[in-house]
Design a protein around this ligand. Structure first.
Ligand SMILES: [Zn+2]
Length: 92
């Protein structure tokens, strides 16, 4: 059973959203990658001015960096496990 009122409300809401975008000239902008509040295009890193967002972003970047390092390490081991026997075969 479909709730007609719910649909009506949803349509109203989406209509409001479209009209608000259309009438109030939307400036090109970015969103804070943590809390998704609009920030200026020039903002770099892509976070708002909230300290919690800046800290969270730095933490995420640190995590990403260590993930990348571990990927290189594992790839190195993976590649070595192929290359070392090949090298031995070539030498021997
Ligand atoms: Zn934020």
């Amino acid at each position: 059973m479909v709730d007609a009122n719910k649909i009506k409300n949803a349509v109203k809401k989406s209509g409001q959203f479209i009209s608000s975008v259309g009438s109030g000239k939307m400036q090109p902008h970015k969103h804070c990658r943590i809390c998704h509040s609009p920030i200026s295009l020039a903002s770099e890193p892509r976070v708002c001015k909230e300290t919690s967002c800046i800290e969270k972003n730095q933490q995420d970047e640190k995590n990403q960096r260590s993930v990348r390092i571990w990927m290189f390490v594992f790839f190195g081991i993976f590649a070595a496990s192929f290359l070392v026997p090949t090298a031995f075969r070539l030498l021997g």
